[in-house]
Design a binder for this molecule. Structure first.
Ligand SMILES: [Zn+2]
Length: 110
């Protein structure tokens, strides 16, 4: 795996996620008081929950990206954190911040 390519992909992803978080924070900040109609209220609450979920997701991805960038610096990039095997290049192309090889990831999710 070419770490220069990975660094570029990770940095780009990082920027995208920060932009997304900024937009989400803006839209949360601007939210109007809850509507009087209970149906609309439910919808607004649902939107807030979706935003929360999106923010959580973006933040946890940012953490993974930071960790991946650190591993590149430490020359550990592409090495599974559980079994020390190399993570396949195709997997890293799809998920540049993957920390585990496909076997360990599957074992973890099972
Ligand atoms: Zn592994």
């Amino acid at each position: 795996m070419d770490t220069a390519v990975a660094t570029k992909a990770l940095t780009q992803l990082h920027t995208e996620l920060e932009d997304r978080l900024k937009r989400l924070a803006d839209s949360v900040g601007r939210s109007e008081p809850l509507a009087k109609d209970s149906g609309e209220q439910a919808l607004e609450l649902e939107n807030i929950e979706v935003k929360d979920e999106l923010q959580r997701e973006a933040r946890s991805q940012l953490l993974l990206i930071d960790r991946a960038l650190k591993r590149i610096k430490d020359n550990h990039y592409g090495v599974c954190i559980d079994c020390d095997d190399m993570i396949s290049a195709t997997r890293l192309e799809a998920i540049p911040y993957a920390e585990r090889c496909i076997h360990c990831e599957e074992a973890l999710e099972a």
